[in-house]
Write a protein that binds this ligand. Structure first.
Ligand code: CAA
Length: 246
């Protein structure tokens, strides 16, 4: 029977590429979207036209109760979740001088609390079934820090601390927990950076001299989701055009 993969924030640039890749490999793919997202239906029909029959559920990943309710519904309607990709995330970039509590909290809740909220209701089931893959999409900026991202860098670094600790706890149960740290990928999140900053401050720091492609990250998610990746756990895999060498 096909394994079930749940990808949070699957309607964004990176998430969509992950959904498409996992579906092409035979996973039954479910995604979540922010309850306010008015484009959810049109995204689903667009995907259907391309031959992808995804299921999508509204879920505020930053809210514990919303996450529990969403996962319960998915498990009832689709089946137990075998692969969880914690991909949903936001930025609220500003220098620390300008950083206020609401913009700190929003990023911590959406990018880090969400990992707890979504993993909590699926992890025990994975352990009981003796198979599971939890993949946390972090960022190069959780590894090296970034100008204007004290909130985001803290949350993204925290994701990997979570991955390592949980990976330890479930290492003998057939469940792997890993972090992927993409660099600058050509998605809306990155294209929203002021173009002057992107061109003069960021791209020159990438040894390959270009942005990454969502499909390149999706390929790594597919690998970590696979049987072959059973011995990889607690890892933080960089995919950033060589930026970690800077
Ligand atoms: N490195 C060094 N200096 C920088 C800088 C950088 N990356 N970005 C800005 N500065 C400098 C500017 O040159 C400027 O210097 P001067 O005062 O000497 O002229 C000073 O900082 C203030 O810059 P701004 O006028 O831009 O200040 P602002 O308050 O209007 O904006 C900012 C600050 C919001 C941080 C803006 O610079 C910005 O958006 N930067 C990009 C942040 C970024 O990299 N975000 C990543 C988003 S993508 C992502 O997060 C995905 C992922 O995982 C990789």
């Amino acid at each position: 029977m096909a394994r079930v993969a749940l990808v949070t924030g699957g309607m964004g640039g990176l998430g969509e590429a992950v959904c498409i890749k996992l579906a092409a490999l035979g996973y039954k793919v479910v995604t979540t979207y922010s309850p306010g997202n008015k484009k959810a239906d049109s995204w689903l029909s667009q995907m259907k036209e391309q031959g992808y029959d995804f299921k999508a559920y509204p879920c505020d990943v930053s809210d514990y109760d919303s996450a529990q309710a969403c996962i319960a519904q998915v498990q009832q309607e689709v089946g137990p979740i075998d692969v969880l990709v914690n991909n949903a995330g936001i930025t609220r970039d500003m220098t620390f001088k300008k950083m206020d509590k609401p913009n700190w909290d929003a990023v911590m809740k959406t990018n880090l609390d969400s990992v707890f909220n979504m993993t909590k209701p699926v992890c025990d089931g994975m352990v009981e079934r003796g198979w599971g893959r939890i993949i946390n999409i972090s960022s190069v900026n959780g590894q090296k820090g970034a100008f204007g991202q004290t909130n985001y860098s803290a949350a993204k670094a925290g994701m990997h601390g979570f991955s390592k600790a949980l990976a330890y706890e479930v290492a003998r149960k057939g469940v792997t927990v890993n972090t992927i740290s993409p660099g600058y990928i050509g998605t809306k999140m990155v294209m929203d950076i002021p173009s002057e900053v992107l061109e003069t401050k960021i791209i020159p720091q990438i040894p390959m001299g270009r942005l990454g492609k969502p499909e390149e990250v999706a390929g790594l998610v597919a690998y970590l989701s696979s049987e072959e990746a059973a011995f990889v756990t607690g890892a933080n895999i960089a995919i950033n055009g060589g930026q970690h060498m800077q």
